[in-house]
Design a protein around this ligand. Structure first.
Ligand SMILES: NC(=O)c1ccc[n+]([C@@H]2O[C@H](COP(=O)([O-])OP(=O)(O)OC[C@H]3O[C@@H](n4cnc5c(N)ncnc54)[C@H](OP(=O)(O)O)[C@@H]3O)[C@@H](O)[C@H]2O)c1
Length: 343
């Protein structure tokens, strides 16, 4: 029976609880660990998970969380948990150059939503910031987040895109994400360049955002679920954060990419049916499944780090309970239905 969560404190406790595998791996992470873009959906719990793992390992790992921190509350939350914070705008070279020295660097900065309205901003955040960071932290080990959106849609029966597949996605966001990868790779190939692991993540989910959350909220409100993009991958955010922190040993030069997501694809119709049962409400569907979807194959990373330990059943039970008790939602839908690359 999955542990259900009653409030954000419960959720954060689960997301930041280190497993033995991470406590072991964190000993190899070099201090200070600088986490860039730490003010988003993943960064705060990721930084505190690293802190708690290091404490349990007896490893004196200083953690510096960097973001613009428009939301001061997050900064306070991190500081109260032993994570140092620094305000920086990585689009500003001077601001990036003034960042503290790093042992290892974790790169979480990205911009996806709002691309249709302001594509230039998306290109700037996904290219200029990596350029500044690659130069500022030349020679440091870097784990940089990327996205499964770097692949085009793929046939569902094909088992998901692998790391060797061509990066020919649709849309400006996805192409800017390819550029983000290429910049890190370019700098990793220079003499004295960084060793880099690029993690192509497909849909992290906690209870405040994620594909299962989007589905559960629609079912709860009686809104139709579009089946056209009928399959998806997703991973519990706590598992994604753990695998990200364990990925430093995979950093190499030239950079190498890894798909980070569930070992298999999930069918929207089936997941919605399970959520409907848990919620006691019948899902409403529209459209029909296409032959293709945005899917990644995570076999290579799972062979290195093991499969993510939280199964879909636990994610759905937690999500349904959270929606039923009126738990907080970020109001940041994943738009997993998008098939034309327009975000
Ligand atoms: N969450 C997912 O399901 C998912 C899926 C695929 C890929 N990813 C990738 O994983 C990474 C982390 O995901 P996330 O969901 O935490 O992303 P997110 O919520 O968008 O967070 C990224 C953070 O980067 C910071 N940032 C943006 N521009 C910046 C700048 N100029 N200077 C300094 N900081 C800046 C922002 O925080 P401030 O406003 O505080 O600066 C932002 O909140 C992203 O790169 C994303 O592309 C995530």
């Amino acid at each position: 029976m999955a542990r259900l969560m009653e409030n954000e404190e419960d959720l954060e406790e689960v997301l930041t609880h280190p497993r033995a595998e991470l406590i072991e791996a964190i000993r190899e992470v070099r201090s200070p660990l600088v986490i860039l873009g730490a003010g988003g959906k993943m960064g705060p719990s990721l930084a505190v998970l690293a802190k708690r793992a290091a404490e349990r390992a007896g490893h004196s790992l200083e953690i510096v969380a960097v973001s613009r921190f428009g939301n001061g509350e997050q900064r306070k939350w991190l500081e109260e948990r032993g994570v140092k914070t620094r305000v920086a705008d990585l689009l500003d070279r001077g601001s990036t150059d003034r960042l503290p020295e790093a042992g290892d660097v974790l790169y979480l900065v990205g911009l996806k939503f709002g691309t249709q309205e302001n594509p230039s901003q998306t290109w700037a955040v996904n290219t200029v910031a990596p350029l500044h960071v690659a130069e500022r932290y030349r020679g440091r080990r870097i784990v940089a987040l990327s996205t499964g959106n770097v692949y085009p849609l793929t046939l569902v029966k094909g088992g998901g895109s692998t790391e060797e597949d061509p990066l020919t996605p649709k849309g400006e966001y996805a192409n800017a994400a390819v550029a983000r990868e290429r910049l890190f790779d370019h700098f990793s190939r220079q003499s004295g360049g960084s060793e880099v692991a690029l993690l192509r993540l497909n849909y992290a989910t906690d209870l405040r955002y994620g594909v299962p959350v989007d589905l559960a909220r629609k079912i709860w409100k009686g809104e139709p679920i579009d089946l056209t993009n009928g399959f998806f991958n997703c991973i519990w955010q706590g598992d994604a954060n753990e695998m990200i922190l364990r990925a430093f040993r995979l950093a190499v030069s030239p950079a190498r990419a890894w798909n980070l997501t569930s070992p298999g694809a999930y069918q929207v119709r089936e997941v919605a049916a399970q959520l409907g049962t848990l919620l006691g409400r019948e899902p409403v569907f529209s459209g029909r499944e296409s032959e293709s979807a945005l899917l990644s194959n995570s076999a290579a990373l799972c062979a290195q780090l093991g499969a993510p330990p939280t199964d879909l059943g636990a994610i759905l039970a937690r999500t349904a309970h959270w929606v039923q008790i009126g738990g907080l939602e970020l109001g940041k839908p994943t738009h997993f239905e998008v098939r034309d690359g327009r975000y």
